[in-house]
Write a protein that binds this ligand. Structure first.
Ligand SMILES: [Zn+2]
Length: 356
């Protein structure tokens, strides 16, 4: 087995070529309207189609049957390294200096040298001050979750260290960052794995770090994106892995947050949306009044049962938690705007929590 999946320029034998997903490495066209998105979806589905089995919607496994170990290995081996964790993340952490410091909290067993896990913390604990957790790259493919957290660290974090005890884990899933994928090497979704006896070591390592800190967190913001590739790659992959039918959905055009059904903190979510709205547009509800199948509870906000779903925002018992969802595939947005939106969300969240 290749250790990390295919390299971009690696040679492929006939078997590997046959296993290679048809559209995964191709960038998806940018879409602006629902009609265009549907056309894009149909195109992707036709690319995935298999002439011997028209019901096939993903190139690995047998439709209707959950994957076993062989299909999971096949999936892993057909991944490609697309970018460098060392160049794009670790090099930026080397520049961290007082009043912040870097702490290694683990490493991925796939290659501990290549994938060390780092958090940045306030150098000095402020007794009596609130604790804030910022996480990025729980889904490694969601670029602005990682780069937005790093940009916040570089430009803004130091300004909060007189008022808050900061803990920032900018890239929870570094293998996912390099292969631009949602899952870890074992097809586990880290953002469904913040549970006891976690199946994802990325999640387990962060849970251990937080438990060992023993801090009473006031606020946690977890930085994510919702992308067109969710619909044309990751949702089909999930249905294929689990042996369930693939039900097409729509990707919302704009930013939204996910609050906690058990602790929605509506004013907190509204403050984040208001902050981000200065930077980029907010996702409207669809015709059913929903975003990705969940009821829109207020402008740009849906709620999930975070603990029941094993989401990262359940990792602390913070009073204020939110998951950001930046939309990077809009023709109106750039990578810089995505990072700025994540920074605006973090700042709005911290300022709101500090004012309470
Ligand atoms: Zn995500």
């Amino acid at each position: 087995m290749r250790k990390y999946g295919r390299t971009r320029d690696g040679s492929q034998n006939a078997t590997e070529q046959a296993l290679r997903p048809v559209v995964i490495s191709e960038p998806c066209p940018r879409v602006a309207t629902d009609r265009r998105r549907r056309k894009h979806y149909d195109l992707c589905m036709s690319n995935h189609a298999d002439s011997t089995n028209p019901k096939r919607f993903y190139p690995i496994g047998t439709p209707g049957l959950p994957w076993g170990d062989a299909e999971k290995v096949q999936w892993f081996e057909s991944r490609s390294i697309e970018r460098s964790y060392r160049d794009e993340v670790l090099s930026k952490l080397e520049k961290i200096e007082s009043p912040l410091e870097v702490q290694q909290y683990g490493a991925l067993s796939l290659d501990p040298q290549r994938y060390p896990l780092f958090a940045v913390k306030s150098s000095r604990v402020l007794t009596g001050a609130p604790w804030a957790l910022i996480t990025g790259g729980v889904h490694g493919y969601e670029t602005s979750g990682v780069q937005g957290a790093l940009a916040f660290l570089a430009k803004h974090a130091a300004a909060y260290t007189d008022r808050l005890n900061l803990v920032i884990a900018p890239c929870v899933s570094p293998w996912g960052y390099e292969v631009i994928n949602r899952w870890n090497p074992h097809t586990a979704d880290p953002n469904r794995s913040f549970v006891a006896n976690s199946p994802a070591e990325e999640s387990a390592a962060l849970m251990k770090l937080i438990a060992e800190l023993g801090a009473d967190f006031l606020v946690h913001i977890d930085l994510h994106e919702t992308t067109d590739s969710d619909e044309n790659e990751f949702r089909p992959a999930l249905a294929a892995r689990d042996g369930t039918p693939f039900e097409p959905g729509l990707i919302p055009d704009g930013f939204y947050t996910v609050g906690d059904t058990e602790n929605p903190q509506e004013e907190f979510q509204a403050a984040i949306v208001a902050g981000v709205e200065q930077v980029t547009h907010i996702a409207p509800p669809d015709a059913q009044g929903e975003i990705i199948g969940s009821k829109v509870t207020q402008h740009g906000v849906i709620n999930y049962p975070c603990t029941a779903f094993g989401l990262c925002t359940s990792v602390t018992s913070a009073r204020f938690t939110s998951t950001t969802e930046v939309y990077p595939d809009s023709p109106k947005i750039t990578a810089e705007i995505c990072n700025a939106a994540q920074i605006a969300a973090v700042q709005a969240a911290l300022e709101y929590a500090l004012a309470c």
